[in-house]
Design a protein around this ligand. Structure first.
Ligand code: HDE
Length: 732
């Protein structure tokens, strides 16, 4: 309790007094008052975060001795306290109970969607080019802002495979000087639904069936196709999923999209509408469907491993952030495209993506749970100069993220978790709650107050004053009747699906046909397949006919009034390039008995090219002076972007599957690499290996020479396009 002011005790009753200054609300901003003498916050010896000046990563790990959670040293953690060596365990064993109890509570609920993810730290650097449309300080020229990115799949549980066909999440937390900005995007620029109220429906349909909880992390099942065939607004997003975008080669090789249209505000209050795009420096590349399926078993952590390995080896993933800018007109459309409809894109040819900064990921998380699992993104985490729009999908998201995090992270204080802490000063009036880590001083967490010196004070609304400005909502006029309805423009569900299909190269179209054939081939209900074929008929007659043929079903008549669409070349992954080979993986097959000519030089050259060389030999250990990273038992073609063959290892004498002079596991490796359109290089006895595996040396993407280094320079050129699709004549 506060002591009484001694001056008040001395006052003469009834005497006229002026209002003491302390009774008026302080208006001059001051820093928070220090704790009152009787409020001295206890000093905690175990540092809990950056504000204590200690590295938060070391909290809980101090000194050499094992201790209990309360810091008491432990001399034996291997035996519980028992009544005699063979007797029952005693309840009084606090160390046993603490150890088991904490373990029992180690798991938290996984994310209801996007449960499977991988994260990385890095920085964003502004180019200064966004200054004409936003006052947000992070885009200033040369300004560096720390970031944490979490990539994810949508459908699978936390332990599911990385390479499934799915949309990928691409969420970025910018720790700006003016608070946290989260850009919570995907690798596909459109969404399944136009109104957030349908989100539980689409997720229920896409998740495993509620009776048997299968299939895991798949869209190839009846409920998913039931939903999307009944909600034709989902056809555009589904088409992207069925394209190679649904099976990225790496998180490092994905585009990212904010999906919704955002509103940017300048210091003078002028606003623009924008769409955000992340463009990977390495280009957009994908797995083949066969690779994706094999990896699901051979290396379910393929994307997570790829990201961590690349960062560890110094091949830092990099993206450029760009914006498409539109005038903020009353109807919020551009060239007839409704900018508030999240199932629509604006082709880049109509509104070019203008680069505004770049992001580099240069550090792996120290602890998966503390960082990647506990990070909490939110579309509503905005900074001055960046605002949301009335897109009804976005509006629902503004509610959902905090709501889900309240249960996922166990209470309202998750922004105090180190990975979520802003790098800007925090002075909220939020108090108490589960897992409260702050020790708030003062007595007046309310406004206005006169007791805590008036702290905290309101910031200013003048966006041009960087020192004092607050986040200010762009003032938009809103009128209308309360209705459960949507604009007529939202009824166009097919024109952009047609645009996407028409923009694909023949090989990409072929992959899409195969993807639909696989997915619908896994459905049991005839009516669902028929309905989806009707939807495909509205997109393209060839697509529909090919899928119907694969399913053995009648081709429905095209019902669309399909107008001509103007293709958008930017939608194809095969445009652009050549792309750098940084961080690509080169498998080098060697034969310990057949000479190792050129292998060491090639290995060094691969490293110098920024790629990762993995030597593959019949056994582990070393071959000559070379360390072996993969044996024929552990190697599979899917791990490599390029296969280099320096030798022709013979089958072991007892090999069951031997069909010729080459080890059958190397035959499989080469057959698969060839089938997956990968670059293959061979020299010396490696040429015999190609011959034995039936790989034609004159095929596209096959580099041969008498010596290794000469092969490598050809290989590097070929890798600029990632795959050699011209190896095969397109089927469509
Ligand atoms: Fe999300 N989404 N979402 N989403 N979303 C979540 O938030 C939601 C949508 C996206 O790595 C959840 O913390 C609704 C579009 C990413 O931690 C949840 C709607 C886009 C991530 C949620 C959408 C996204 C999430 C689950 C429709 C691309 C992973 C856990 C109205 C622009 C973030 C969580 C991470 C996660 C709700 C639609 C991207 C439940 C209601 C569109 C990348 O709050």
């Amino acid at each position: 309790m506060n002591a009484k002011d001694p001056k008040q005790q001395d006052a003469v009753p009834g005497a006229p007094t002026a209002v003491p200054p302390s009774l008026t609300e302080p208006t001059e901003p001051v820093d928070p008052l220090p704790p009152k003498p009787d409020q001295g916050a206890p000093e905690t010896r175990t540092p809990t975060g950056a504000e204590s000046g200690a590295d938060p990563r070391t909290a809980g790990q101090q000194g050499p001795w094992l201790t209990t959670a309360t810091g008491v040293r432990v001399h034996d953690t291997d035996h519980s306290l028992k009544a005699g060596e063979r007797g029952p365990t005693l309840l009084q064993d606090h160390h046993l109970r603490e150890k088991i109890t904490h373990f029992d509570h180690e798991r938290i609920p996984e994310r209801v969607v996007h449960a499977r993810g991988a994260g990385a730290h890095g920085y964003f650097e502004g180019y200064g080019t966004a200054d004409t449309v936003t006052c947000a300080g992070l885009f200033a020229k040369g300004k560096r802002t720390p970031v944490f990115v979490r990539f994810s799949t949508v459908l699978g549980s936390r332990g599911s495979a990385d390479t499934v066909r799915d949309t990928r999440g691409f969420a970025t937390k910018f720790y700006t000087d003016e608070g946290v900005w989260d850009l919570v995007g995907n690798n596909i620029p459109v969404f399944f639904i136009q109104d957030g109220i349908k989100f539980p429906d689409v997720v229920h349909a896409a998740k495993p069936h509620p009776d048997r909880e299968i299939p895991q992390a798949q869209s190839a099942h009846d409920t998913f196709w039931d939903f999307v065939s009944l909600h034709t607004e989902a056809q555009h997003h589904t088409l992207w999923n069925m394209s190679d975008r649904g099976i990225p080669r790496s998180y490092r090789m994905m585009e990212g999209f904010g999906v919704h249209t955002f509103r940017l505000t300048r210091a003078d209050g002028a606003t623009s509408l924008v769409k955000f795009h992340w463009k990977p420096r390495l280009g957009v590349h994908s797995l083949t469907w066969e690779e994706a399926q094999l990896l699901g078993g051979l290396d379910p952590d393929f994307h997570r491993r790829d990201l961590a390995d690349a960062i560890e080896s110094g091949a830092f993933p990099e993206w450029e952030l760009g914006i498409q800018v539109f005038e903020d007109t009353a109807d919020q459309t551009f060239d007839g495209i409704d900018l508030l409809d999240p199932t629509k894109i604006v082709p880049e040819e109509l509104a070019p993506v203008q680069p505004i900064g770049r992001m580099v990921l240069d550090a792996n998380p120290t602890n998966y749970f503390a960082e990647t699992e506990q990070v909490a993104f939110h579309v509503g985490h905005l900074v001055p100069g960046i605002d949301v729009t009335d897109d009804p999908l976005m509006q629902a998201r503004l509610f959902s993220y905090v709501d889900t995090q309240l249960s996922r992270l166990g209470g309202p204080n998750f922004n105090q978790i180190p990975i979520n802490r802003p790098h800007a000063p925090v002075n909220d009036m939020l108090r108490d709650g589960f897992h409260q880590h702050a020790v708030h001083a003062g007595v007046a967490p309310y406004r206005p107050n006169s007791l805590d010196g008036g702290c905290p004070f309101h910031a200013g609304t003048d966006l041009s004053d960087e020192e004092t400005r607050a986040f200010v909502e762009a003032a938009q006029a809103v009128t209308g009747h309360k209705v459960r309805a949507q604009p007529a423009s939202y009824d166009d569900h097919f024109s952009q699906a047609r645009l996407f299909w028409a923009s694909m190269s023949p090989v990409e179209q072929e992959h899409i046909i195969r993807a639909y054939s696989f997915e619908l081939g896994k459905c049991y209900e005839q009516a669902i397949k028929e309905r989806q074929l009707l939807a495909l008929a509205q997109i393209d007659p060839t697509l529909c006919a090919e899928v119907a043929t694969a399913l053995g079903m009648t081709v429905p008549e095209a019902t669309s009034g399909a107008g001509e669409v103007v293709p958008s070349p930017a939608l194809s992954q095969l445009t652009g390039g050549p792309w750098p080979a940084d961080g690509r993986v080169a498998g080098i097959v060697v034969d310990p008995d057949g000479g190792l000519d050129g292998v060491a030089e090639v290995r060094t050259a691969v490293l110098e090219a920024g790629m990762v060389p993995l030597v593959i030999a019949p056994h582990g250990g070393t071959v000559g002076d070379l360390a072996v990273q993969r044996t024929f038992a552990t190697a599979r073609s899917v791990e490599y972007d390029v296969v280099l063959v320096a030798g022709c290892p013979a089958p072991a004498p007892d090999a069951v599957a031997a069909r010729g002079p080459l080890d059958p596991r190397v035959v499989l490796l080469l057959e698969e690499a060839f089938r997956h359109a990968k670059v293959i290089g061979a020299w010396g006895p490696g040429l015999d290996a190609l011959d034995a595996a039936g790989v034609p040396t004159d095929a596209a993407g096959v580099a041969t020479a008498s010596e290794g280094p000469a092969v490598l320079s050809q290989v590097q050129d070929l890798m600029g396009t990632h795959r050699s699709w011209e190896r095969f004549a397109p089927a469509v």
